[in-house]
Design a protein around this ligand. Structure first.
Ligand SMILES: Cc1cc2nc3c(=O)[nH]c(=O)nc-3n(C[C@H](O)[C@H](O)[C@H](O)COP(=O)(O)OP(=O)(O)OC[C@H]3O[C@@H](n4cnc5c(N)ncnc54)[C@H](O)[C@@H]3O)c2cc1C
Length: 515
């Protein structure tokens, strides 16, 4: 706190990537920060993305050079800051003679290679698919392809790591807490919060308020702030299929569709392939988004237009859907609507600014946070300078592409781990993997096993350090072990986490406010 002990400099509604990114940046600049999330961190759009740090090759077609350049530059900044949860990936774009001409793709990829100050990532190649034996899964009629670089990121972990870093720098992160009302009083914001478990309400005050509600941004403006929305948000649903593994290598595919869209097929969690995404205007509350039969069929058709072996309904292991909160720039189709972010400050009543966040991408969250703080600087002039470009997230203090070495070291230090277990731990916790395992000398030391190499020790660590409060938090956001556990195992885990015996340990040590 700066002067008055119960007043925060910034209160943030929404624990997605944008809210947590702003909280981290603000806390690191010496501001006192409060963030509330109605459910779990990242449970909205930020855990339902395609999980790419990318410039967005397709946006070049819409001449979005500023957005593409900012995102391309950001790829390597993020890779360096979080090499445990993000890594370079090569994308194979088969040339389909009936669609975009080869010269246009080459021009796009030339710009893509050169717009964004690429240092770590390799350049574009042209592939002869007849010679390239790793590309056997594609139909033999496809003869040529282009291969370019982008990056992969675990989106849900990115959110929680930002929240952890914010908390370590003094921010208060309140999960399971809904903002039910926010109003200006005596030059400050008075924010009323409701506890999701008990229904109890309480209030906090802040100098500035940030609405980072993602697809709920309009809902918050209308029903919690009782104001008119300054801009329109376009809700566009995107769904993904997780299917059994369709190819053996670590490159991804980007398929052009004849409706002008593109669909990715990405190696996922070692044994699976991720296929997505769709783009459908979404009616109704964001939390109702699910993958419809029409979307399943569209994505299976997309895969079957390119893969030689059919991908069928029976291969689908899991689906997930999210809602893009796009800033409505009046574009006719959802594909053409801008992916850029728009930040609007409202000081209409002369004091206590409100910052509404519209749109954005996982890729540009750090830049969005910097831009948000620049907007708030006139009201909080004591804030420090931008600092996040060179700062590692928790567990990210390791070199880019050092996963193999880190896995080998973990196996040497904990000989009871097998390779895939060590691989999962390094790609989830990075340099903190040993902290998760602690003093264990044997598997028995890790306590109860919940299935899929998830043990009591790891779950306790997630409850103590990362706000995990349910099986879903652990299985679908802190890890993706939901793909490995049976329904019964997931239920047992949920009961175990929620049992009274573990209740008091839910507190996240680092989340204690600095106030
Ligand atoms: C299908 C799909 C694929 C995508 N793929 C990519 C990609 O590959 N790369 C990329 O860069 N971007 C991608 N994106 C975009 C990216 O995922 C989003 O821009 C980003 O996640 C939005 O984050 P957010 O924090 O604004 O929203 P959210 O993550 O939705 O967070 C908003 C949070 O606010 C909370 N909230 C709402 N109301 C309240 C309240 N009253 N009180 C407290 N909390 C509240 C919600 O519970 C939610 O957790 C994709 C998006 C979609 C839908």
């Amino acid at each position: 706190m700066t002067d008055n002990a119960d007043i925060y400099d910034v209160a943030i509604i929404g624990g997605g990537i944008n809210g947590c990114g702003i909280a981290r940046d603000a806390a690191g600049r010496g501001l006192s920060v409060f963030l509330c999330e109605q459910g779990d961190l990242g449970q909205g759009t930020s855990s339902a993305s395609t999980k790419l740090i990318h410039g967005g090759l397709r946006y070049l077609e819409h001449l979005k050079f500023r957005l593409v350049r900012e995102a391309l530059v950001e790829r390597e900044v993020l890779l360096r800051a979080m090499p445990h949860i993000a890594w370079p990936m090569r994308f194979v774009l088969p040339h389909n003679p009936g669609l975009r001409p080869a010269w246009l793709i080459r021009l796009g990829l030339f710009l893509y290679d050169n717009l964004g100050g690429r240092r770590l990532l390799p350049a574009t190649l042209t592939l002869d698919l007849q010679q390239d034996t790793t590309d056997r899964p594609l139909k033999p009629s496809l003869r040529r392809a282009f291969e370019y670089s982008d990056c992969w990121i675990d989106d849900a972990r990115l959110v929680v790591l930002n929240a952890r870093d914010a908390a370590a720098r003094g921010a208060t992160i309140d999960v399971g807490t809904t903002c039910v009302l926010a109003e200006r009083r005596d030059g400050l914001w008075q924010v009323t919060l409701e506890d999701g478990q008990t229904g109890a309400t309480r209030q906090i005050r802040s100098r500035c308020l940030v609405n980072a509600g993602g697809p709920w941004v309009d809902d918050i403006i209308r029903y919690k702030l009782h104001r008119n929305a300054p801009a329109k948000t376009r809700l566009v649903r995107g769904s993904h299929l997780v299917v059994t593994r369709q190819f053996e290598h670590d490159r991804s595919y980007i398929f052009q569709m004849d409706d002008g869209r593109i669909v990715f097929a990405i190696p996922y969690e070692d044994d699976f392939t991720l296929i997505g995404t769709t783009e459908m205007d979404h009616d109704g509350p964001p939390e109702t988004a699910t993958c419809t039969a029409e979307e399943r069929a569209y994505l299976l058709d997309a895969a079957n237009a390119y893969f030689s072996q059919p991908v069928e309904e029976k291969d689908i292991v899991w689906t997930y859907s999210g809602v893009r909160p796009l800033y409505d720039d009046g574009a006719r189709s959802s594909t053409k609507a801008t992916r850029d972010y728009v930040l609007m400050v409202d000081t209409s009543e002369g004091a206590a600014p409100l910052l509404n966040v519209f749109g954005g991408k996982i890729t540009t969250y750090r830049r969005l946070a910097e831009a948000a703080l620049a907007k708030l600087k006139p009201y909080l002039p004591s804030m420090g300078e931008p600092w996040t470009a060179d700062a590692a997230l928790p567990g990210g203090d390791m070199p880019v592409d050092a996963h193999m070495e880190a896995e080998a070291k973990l196996c040497a230090d904990y000989p009871f781990l097998d390779k895939s277990w060590a691989r999962r731990l390094v790609r989830t916790y990075g340099s903190e993997a040993a902290d998760v395992l602690g003093q264990a000398h044997s598997i028995a030391d890790l306590g109860r096993s919940f299935g899929g190499n998830l043990t009591e020790t790891e779950v306790r660590w997630l409850m103590a350090n990362e706000w995990a409060r349910s099986a879903d938090d652990v299985l679908w956001r802190r890890t993706k072990l939901g793909l490995r556990l049976t329904e019964g195992q997931a239920r047992d885990l949920d009961l175990w986490i929620r049992s009274d015996a573990h209740g008091p340990e839910h507190a996240v040590e680092a989340s204690v406010s600095s106030s």
